[in-house]
Write a protein that binds this ligand. Structure first.
Ligand code: SF4
Length: 422
């Protein structure tokens, strides 16, 4: 069988190499599937390009990677599903072949993505094992169930993903954009707003990950961004990977997302020695004031100190204003970070509400939500596909709080992402 993989993401703030889609290539080829890839990131006419590609390649199935439902920020939110929907409907109506949608957008919604885009089938979560199985069913004429739970199937940890085989990286690399690499998928924490909460953790083989980085270096990548939910989910496995990267002496700059714990001097040193020159740390204002939080003020301050000691620049993503959180708690978080002096703090007071996350229940609870407001429509909006936000802070008060410290930036006020500012 021949399968077309099409990256439908054309949002370029910043342009993003379709790493997840590339991770499907080796598993499909191992299953004997012939693969053709199309990356529409920089396309001026994505529907036409997708049409021409399918006409030329004549695949038996077309798979579409969808990165985001929307930009997840407010103000200036952009709903991003219309373009993938137009592309998928064009292909489906023109060629009448089965269409499968997947990609990181499926963390946020399922059936509604399939309904909105018109895709015949949907895989939610990893497709490395789920997609070859689904294709086999199609080939055998078995009616597959949809959505398919990719998390129940997992990943192929030992496979070495040879990157850039079917995707032209020159547009990305010439503009200095990093190549994404994923060591682990999933997260064991339960942050109440997060679509990645309590996902099973799948770890790739460290040696296979290093080989993948080697293949990226060989095609001219200068920087690597780890796409893991949080790279320090555990110290031991992360250290094994970093030791291997260090011993390869790559001339690459590395970066990634982190949570405040676990972290210690040894791990931070290893990060520097393996090429990390900047990191992004995710912090929630209410966790700094609430008993029983997964981390404390001390953990956050220590993380920032360690990064600074090692000469690693640090951007903080600060989510603030949970339902029931008082202004004092937000003020405390701003003061803690102002004193710790990371390189930048992007404050996001607008929490994007996602289906089945506890924040939706809490935002609708009058006992908790006394002053906050819901922006957008939760009614007739199944799986909250259309963006809805919760705002728990007075924005003028917040602007005043951060006015004298240029370290703080209100997210949504520009199209840059936090790590691009350092
Ligand atoms: S630690 Fe990060 S990825 Fe995990 S649930 Fe919290 S915000 Fe989500």
């Amino acid at each position: 069988m021949k399968v077309a993989l099409i990256n439908t993401n054309t949002y370029t703030y910043p342009p993003t190499i379709p790493t997840g889609m590339e991770y499907l290539v080796a598993p499909l080829e191992r299953a004997g599937v012939e693969v053709a890839c199309l990356d529409l990131t920089f396309s001026h006419c994505p529907e036409k390009e997708a049409f021409n590609f399918v006409e030329e390649n004549r695949p038996g199935v077309v798979c579409f990677s969808i990165r985001n439902i929307d930009t997840a920020l407010f103000p200036g939110n952009e709903f991003l599903l219309e373009k993938p929907a137009t592309i998928i409907r064009t292909i489906r109506e023109s060629f009448g072949i089965p269409t499968i949608a997947g990609g990181s957008a499926t963390l946020c919604a399922g059936t509604e993505i399939a309904r909105y885009t018109g895709a015949d089938l949907l895989i939610r979560g990893p497709g490395e094992i789920a997609l070859p199985k689904l294709l086999k069913q199609i080939e055998q004429g078995i009616e597959p169930e949809s959505p398919v739970d990719g998390w129940a199937h997992g990943i192929m940890p030992d496979i070495v993903h040879k990157r850039g085989k079917y995707i032209d990286y020159s547009f990305y690399l010439s503009r200095g954009h990093p190549a994404g690499v994923e060591f682990r998928k999933g997260c064991d924490w339960s942050c109440p707003f997060c679509v990645e909460r309590l996902r099973p953790i799948f770890s790739r083989n460290a040696r296979a990950t290093v080989k993948e980085i080697e293949s990226l270096a060989s095609i001219g990548a200068k920087s690597i961004f780890f796409c893991d939910s949080e790279l320090n989910i555990d110290i031991n496995n992360t250290s094994v990977l970093l030791e291997m990267i260090k011993s390869e002496k790559f001339e690459l700059e590395m970066s990634g997302y982190f949570r405040p714990v676990p972290m210690n001097l040894g791990l931070m040193k290893l990060l520097r020695e393996s090429g990390f020159n900047k990191v992004t740390l995710s912090v929630n204002s209410w966790d700094l004031s609430t008993e029983g939080s997964p981390y404390t003020e001390k953990d956050v301050v220590r993380f920032i100190e360690l990064a600074k000691e090692q000469g690693i620049r640090i951007a903080i993503d600060l989510l603030a204003g949970y339902p029931g959180e008082g202004a004092d708690s937000v003020k405390k978080a701003i003061e803690i970070l102002g004193n710790a002096k990371p390189d930048t703090v992007g404050i996001n007071p607008y929490i994007r509400l996602y289906d089945r996350t506890p924040v939706v229940r809490d935002a609708l609870n009058p006992a908790l939500n006394k002053h906050g407001k819901i922006i957008g429509n939760l009614d007739q909006n199944p799986e909250i596909l259309k963006p809805v936000f919760y705002l728990g802070i007075d924005i003028s008060w917040l602007e005043e709080m951060i006015a004298t410290d240029s370290t703080f930036v209100l997210e949504g006020s520009s199209k840059t992402v936090n790590y691009e500012r350092i």
